[in-house]
Design a protein around this ligand. Sequence first.
Ligand code: ACO
Ligand code: KIV
Length: 452
Amino acid sequence: MNWNRQQPSPMPHHRYRSVFDRVPVVPIERDWPNRRTTTAPLWVPVDLRDGNQALAEPMDPARKRRFFDLLVAIGYKEVEVGYPSASQTDFDFVRRLTDVPDDVTVVVFTPARRALIERTLESVRDIRTPVVVHLYAATAPLWRDIVLRRTREELTDLILRAADDILELSQDRDNVRFQFSPEVFNLTEPDFVLDLCNRLTTRWDATPDRPVVLNLPATVEVATPNVYADQIEHMHKSLDRRESVILSVHPHNDRGTGIACAELAVLAGAQRVEGCVFGNGERTGNVDLATLALNLYTQGVDPMIDFSDLDHIRATVEYCTRLPVPARHPYVGDLVHTAFSGTHQDAIRKGLAEHTRRAAEAGVPERDHPWDVPYLPIDPADLGRTYDAVIRVNSQSGKGGIGYLLHAEYGVKLTPDEEADFARHVQRHTDRTGRETTAAELHALYQQVYAS
Ligand SMILES: CC(=O)SCCNC(=O)CCNC(=O)[C@H](O)C(C)(C)COP(=O)(O)OP(=O)(O)OC[C@H]1O[C@@H](n2cnc3c(N)ncnc32)[C@H](O)[C@@H]1OP(=O)(O)O
Ligand SMILES: CC(C)C(=O)C(=O)O
C-alpha cells in the first residue's frame, strides 16, 4: 500500500541552494552535542541599535532612555546603545548617557569609515564607564562582490585600517574596549574569517585583562542550527589568543530557529549572546533574549536577568518599539499559559491540586516547591502572572475545566456527577454560540440550569 501520496509542488525550489553549496563547512570533531549549559552566557541586548534600525519609526530619545533604563533595571550589564553616526538622534542619545552605572558597559556600533568612526568616538567622549566600540563589515563573498566590491585582500585592508583608526582615536581612553563583527559570518569562508579575526586580535592586542569581543553573526539565517554550532565550535577551537577573546554570537531568525542557533552556539563555545528582548529586529527579528533566558530558567539555571514582572517589561518594550507581542509568543504572549482544550484543562487542574498538596506535605510555600504541572512548563506566578487565565472554556473544553473555573471564580464546588451533567449543558451552549464562555457566563448558565 502506498501511504505517501505527496506530490511534487509546482514551486521552483531549483532556484535555491543548500548552505553546503554556498560556503565550505569545515568538518569538525564536534563536542557541542555532549555538552550542557549550566550557567547563563553574557547577554547583550541590541534593541537600541539592531532592533531600532528595524522599526518604521525609530525610537525617539525618550523611548530609548526608557528602554535603556528598563534593561539596566532588570540586570543587563552590557547594552548596545546605538549607531551614533546614523542620525543626530542616535548621536545625541549616546552623548547624554553620562550617568550609566559603573558596572554597565555601553556598546556603540560603527562601520569601517574613518569619518563615521570619528563621530562614534565623539559620541562617547564624556562617558567614563566602560565602553565597547563595535566595528562591523560584511565578509561573505556575495557582499564582498556586489555590495563592497572588494577582494578579500582589499576588504582585509579596509577593516585593519578601521581598526587602526579606532585604536588611534581611543588611545587615551582606558575605559574603551573593542569588538569586531564579520557580518554574515555564517556565509563567509572559514579560512578567511579566521584569519581576519586573528589579525584583529593582534592589531588590538587582545589580553585577558582587555579582551576583544569577536561577534560571529548569523546575519541572515541560512542553515539548520547544527551547522551554525559547528561553525562556532570551529572558531572556538581555532582562534588565536582564545583566552583574550570573548566569543559572541548574534543570531537572526529567518528560518525561525534563532533560539536553537543561540542555544547550540553556547554549547559550542560562545560566551556572549546578542539579541533583542522579545526578538524585534530586521526581517523576522534578532534572537529573542527573553525566551533564551527563560529557557535556561526552566532548566533550573539562573538567567541572571529578572523577568519576574514580565508584563511590565512587555508593556515597556511595546511602548518603545510600537510593536505588539503576539499572543503565542513564548512565555509572554497572552495565551501561552492558557488551555481551552478539555484534556489539557483536566491535567492542569489535577496538576495544580497536586502541587498544592505536595507543598503542604513538604511544609514549604507553594512558590518554593519544585514545579511539575502538566502542560505548564513554567509557573505563571514566577513571571508575575496569576492563574486566572490558565483555564478558559469553549466548545473544546470538558467537565474538568468547567468545574475548575466555577470553583476558582465562584467557589461553586460540583461533585463529579454534577460536573458531567453541567458540562453537557455548557457543550450545547458553546456549540450554539461558537464562542468562548466567560466564567461569569458559566455561572449564569449554572444558575439558570439548576434554578429550582
Ligand atoms: C547587519 C547590520 O545590522 S549592519 C547595520 C545596518 N544599520 C544601518 O545601516 C543603520 C544606520 N545606517 C546609516 O545611517 C547609513 O547607512 C550610514 C550613515 C551608515 C551610511 O550612509 P550613506 O553614506 O548614505 O551610505 P548608504 O547607507 O547608502 O550605505 C552604503 C555604503 O556603505 C558601504 N558600507 C556598507 N557597510 C559598510 C561597512 N561596514 N563599513 C564601511 N562601509 C560600508 C557600502 O559599500 C556603500 O558604499 P558605496 O556607496 O561606496 O557603495
Ligand atoms: C553586524 C552585526 C552584529 C549585525 O547586526 C548582524 O550581522 O546582523
